[in-house]
Design a protein around this ligand. Structure first.
Ligand code: SF4
Ligand code: SF4
Length: 375
């Protein structure tokens, strides 16, 4: 069984410019048939961290919003807060960052709503069916509660996941702060003893009783102590610490991290009665994600825009198209690569071959077998 992935190679004309091509592309998915009228539709995207220029631009998103409005939906643009310190760590800065990148409701016809509330704690616990790591995933409340879901994804490399597309945007991007932590933490947080103020606020958050205060003669005061045998990596304690006493352990096992991320995508997608629409922009294909605060030189020429109801198929097709394209320099791709060579693994050879898509397939999120249907 294959899934259709509709593909526009960016060729346009006066008679059929960008807006018209996007309309045709989305029509082919037949997503509009899922709209009865008035559904609050989460359009999950990335507004771009400050300093980033390679995220999907508002002008490119406008025809997608127009398509949804015409179908009778009520779209809103959305994302959830980040874990790291940046411009998107809570709703006020995040909304301002979106505005500074031109995501204007009056221009686009859809408001920006940060899905996990003011401080990133507005969440729903959703069950994951068939996962081996996570039973309940913490998803931003306004994505979990939306009637319909559309993901707009910038296909690119990623420093931790290797590839960022639909499943990463949904899995990591829809998670609340606690949910993001749950995906990153496989061995518990790192305690930064120097920064711990000994306030004990994190202890109350830990249902596993993995945290306690202990007298530290060297520091002349109490410091937090983590019992790794009790810690289940839920991430709740990070929300309590205002002093930087608990840090993410970024040296996490990559396969387990990818599997957790796919389980989060499953928590978002499995309960949905109606199909979700996924749109991948294989344009400005940077080596790193749009959280980095800069956009590095692209690793291949712009390839096209894809649309599908199958998030696994569209991500597989995007990876294949990136690898099929001519490599571009000056990017930090290794020299000597040719069209057809695996660019994403050349950047990060330690990543597993399928970037977790095989696990997403096993979770029933879609198939890696696709038929690329050109416009
Ligand atoms: S990650 Fe969860 S289980 Fe581990 S110490 Fe923090 S709150 Fe406790
Ligand atoms: S780790 Fe943070 S929240 Fe926990 S005791 Fe130390 S300062 Fe307080």
């Amino acid at each position: 069984m294959t899934s259709p992935v509709y593909f526009w190679n960016l060729r346009a004309s006066l008679k059929a410019p960008y807006q018209e091509r996007i309309r045709r592309l989305l029509d082919r998915t037949r997503f509009a048939e899922a709209v009865d009228g008035g559904e609050l539709t989460a359009v999950k995207l990335h507004f771009g961290e400050r300093g980033v220029t390679s995220h999907v631009q508002p002008l490119m998103i406008k025809p997608i919003i127009d398509f949804l409005l015409k179908a009778g939906a009520k779209p809103f643009l959305t994302d959830a807060s980040t874990l790291y310190v940046g411009q998107r760590g809570e709703a006020v800065s995040h909304s301002m960052q979106a505005a500074q990148h031109g995501f204007d409701p009056l221009l686009l016809g859809a408001p920006v709503i940060i899905a996990d509330g003011l401080k990133g704690a507005s969440q729903e616990a959703l069950r994951v069916k068939g996962g081996k790591h996570i039973k309940k995933a913490f998803i931003a409340a306004d994505i979990a509660g939306a009637d319909l879901l559309v993901s707009i994804n910038h296909a690119k490399g990623h420093e931790l996941a290797g590839f960022g597309g639909a499943l990463k945007n949904i899995g990591m991007g829809s998670a609340s702060k606690q949910g993001k932590m749950q995906q990153h933490v496989t061995t518990g947080p790192l305690v930064v003893v120097d920064k711990c103020a000994g306030c004990g606020a994190c202890i109350a958050m830990c249902a596993s009783k993995a945290l306690s205060l202990t007298e530290s003669p060297a520091a002349k005061g109490k410091k937090i102590l983590l019992d790794n045998n009790r810690c289940i990596g839920c991430g709740a304690c990070f929300l309590a610490c205002k002093h930087g006493g608990l840090e993410i352990n970024w040296q996490t096992d990559v396969t387990a991290f990818l599997e957790r991320m796919m389980e989060y995508a499953a928590a978002v997608l499995q309960p949905r009665a109606k199909p979700c629409l996924h749109i991948n922009f294989v344009t400005c294909v940077t080596p790193d994600c749009d959280c980095m605060g800069f956009s590095d030189a692209c690793i291949c020429p712009d390839v096209g825009i894809l649309a599908s109801l199958d998030p696994v198929a569209i991500d597989q097709a995007s990876i294949d198209l990136i690898n099929k394209a001519e490599p571009l320099w000056p990017s930090h791709l290794p020299k000597g690569l040719k069209a057809g060579d695996d660019k994403l693994h050349a950047l990060r050879p330690h990543l597993p071959p399928a970037f977790g898509l095989d696990y997403a397939e096993a979770l029933g999120l879609g198939t890696r077998k696709y038929e690329l249907v050109a416009l």
